[in-house]
Design a protein around this ligand. Structure first.
Ligand SMILES: Cc1cc2nc3c(=O)[nH]c(=O)nc-3n(C[C@H](O)[C@H](O)[C@H](O)COP(=O)(O)O)c2cc1C
Length: 353
């Protein structure tokens, strides 16, 4: 029996007449919906529910040079509208990843966005060099939310110079024609400044955002709920923070491609990111409860765009930055027979407190 016949029916009919293609750096993807790193491994588990090559791309779990076992258990805690995880970067190491997972994605015709993580700039460069000439590699996402072992564990993504040095090393080692995106942490005062440092260092685009640092205390044991004490908060709880980050980066860096993510559960959630300025979106935590979510969200996004009169996805990117237009109907022209043309008047607005 073929794998396809085992898949449950998933409504994937894209809305008609919508050009869903999107450009991230030098690569054009057939649509803007990707998985989020760490939430679908390398896509094999999703493939029993839908054909992963139908997504814009599959972002793989961040891979390091050597195999790693991750952080102590428990590694997950529930929070209101979100999830706290302290998986750590558990994984098989780059060589096994290339032979098994990337090779599998390539065999399925999927576009792989390989996420890499390291503890030193040198490690990132070595990982990138190993990606040269690999089939299926469409893009590299650089997870810089890692402690820099050469700088007292300071997280690369929280320091513009450290973030820039990683990006520069990755760009030097990266295969030509493969865009390099730096994945930013929201746990900073000025995310646009970190994004600019990455772009100045050569990043072709920015992935926005990684999880927020959080903590849960178990009131029965009266101790931290996670073995790793702190963890990364994801899911719907972080969506407004993520949308704000995308918005700020689009304002500061109008021409830089953005892969937006954080709590996306529906096509309308995805549309929010697109209107804020995302050129594509990643779907993460919601996959744990609904493995069909990425393909469903693609369908819902296409329909939402069609309902709003779009024929091209790209026309919606960053639209919320344009001043709102209000429809001001006027009474009949007092002298002429023809009713007056309605006036479209832009409205200005200021931020809140
Ligand atoms: C269990 C889990 C593991 C994750 N692992 C990674 C990872 O390996 N690399 C990375 O860059 N982000 C990782 N993330 C962060 C997600 O890719 C994403 O940026 C974040 O969860 C926000 O999106 P979401 O709310 O849709 O999950 C992980 C998130 C979760 C929940």
């Amino acid at each position: 029996m073929s794998e396809l016949t085992l898949r449950p029916a998933v409504e994937t009919t894209a809305a008609p007449d919508i050009d869903m293609t999107t450009r991230l750096g030098s690569v054009t993807f057939p649509n803007p919906v990707f998985t989020a790193s760490g939430c679908a491994a390398a896509g094999q588990e999703l493939d029993q529910f839908f054909d992963v090559s139908e997504l814009g791309g599959v972002v793989t779990k961040s891979i390091m040079l050597a195999p790693r076992s991750g952080r102590p258990t428990p590694r997950m805690a529930e929070t209101p509208s979100g999830m706290l995880n302290s998986i750590g970067l558990q994984g098989p190491g780059i060589d096994a990843f290339l032979d098994k997972e990337l090779a599998w994605l390539a065999s399925r015709g999927a576009r792989a966005v390989v996420s890499i993580a390291g503890g030193t700039v040198e490690e990132y460069a070595k990982l990138t060099a190993k990606l040269r000439g690999r089939a299926g590699l469409a893009m590299i996402e650089v997870n810089i939310s890692c402690p820099n072992v050469e700088d007292r564990g300071q997280v690369f993504a929280c320091d513009p110079r450290a973030a820039a040095s990683v990006v520069q090393a990755v760009k030097r080692a990266a295969p030509s024609g493969v865009p390099v995106f730096a994945k930013l942490s929201p746990d900073v005062t000025d995310i646009a400044a970190i994004g600019k440092a990455c772009v100045d260092a050569g990043a072709d685009g920015l992935s926005v955002i990684n999880t927020l640092l959080g903590m849960v205390i178990d009131t029965d044991t009266m101790r931290p709920a996670l073995g790793g004490v702190t963890g990364g908060l994801s899911g719907p709880a972080i969506r407004p923070v993520a949308v704000r980050c995308v918005w700020q980066i689009r304002q500061a860096l109008p021409d830089v491609p953005i892969l937006g993510m954080g709590g996306i559960r529906t096509g309308l959630d995805a549309l929010e990111f697109v209107l804020a300025g995302a050129n594509a979106v990643s779907v993460g935590t919601t996959i744990f409860g609904d493995p069909t979510a990425p393909i469903r969200i693609l369908d819902e996004l296409a329909r939402a765009l069609a309902q709003r009169g779009f024929t091209r996805f790209e026309d919606a990117v960053g639209l919320a930055h344009q001043p709102p237009v209000v429809h001001v109907p006027e009474g009949p022209d007092p002298v002429g027979d023809e009713p007056a043309e309605p006036e479209h008047r832009p409205v200005s607005f200021e931020g809140g407190s």
